[in-house]
Design a protein around this ligand. Sequence first.
Ligand SMILES: Nc1ncnc2c1ncn2[C@@H]1O[C@H](COP(=O)(O)OP(=O)(O)O)[C@@H](O)[C@H]1O
Ligand SMILES: [Mg+2]
Length: 171
Amino acid sequence: MRAEFRSLGPDETLELGEAIGRAAVPGLVVGLSGDLGAGKTVLTKGIARGLGCPRWERVTSPTFTLHNVYEGRLRLHHLDLYRLGDAEDLAAAGLDEVLYGADVCVVEWPDLFLPEFPEDRLLVRLRWQGPGETERTLELSASGASSTAVLREVSARAAALLRREVVDGEL
Ligand SMILES: Nc1ncnc2c1ncn2[C@@H]1O[C@H](COP(=O)(O)OP(=O)(O)O)[C@@H](O)[C@H]1O
Ligand SMILES: [Mg+2]
């Protein structure tokens, strides 16, 4: 299932993230692709808020630490794979275990590592969308039963941000 959302500013991206956090289930893996400054970390803040993490406002890109953990309704792992070379590095950092654990896992720069991800996952592609500086398109694709159920709930909760009807798969 795929659905496209439009965000007109950081608050709307936070709101979409919050819907993901509220809908999240144990073991959910969310990959966030998009250029630097696209809003991956803003979306992660929203997810942390939706999971009820008291420290959601302090979420920052773990570009140097690779991995941050926040406590909430479910534990949230926030990964940034920008500096990782290959799948061996992923295993060496113990991050493969995190991806297959029972917590929620949000991963910035997942693209090189998607073969290592669980098949059932939610991928978010964030794109700049002119003409305004703050407009973004967020395309969400779910590839399994669990992530599809999450995306369905997100679409219901964030209906105001839903740009087009679901592109494929029934809602
Ligand atoms: N619609 C939007 N959604 C998210 N961030 C936005 C939006 N419009 C402007 N911004 C700004 O863009 C920046 C996104 O930064 P960040 O989330 O750290 O990007 P990334 O993690 O993708 O590199 C922030 O400064 C944010 O305020
Ligand atoms: Mg970031």
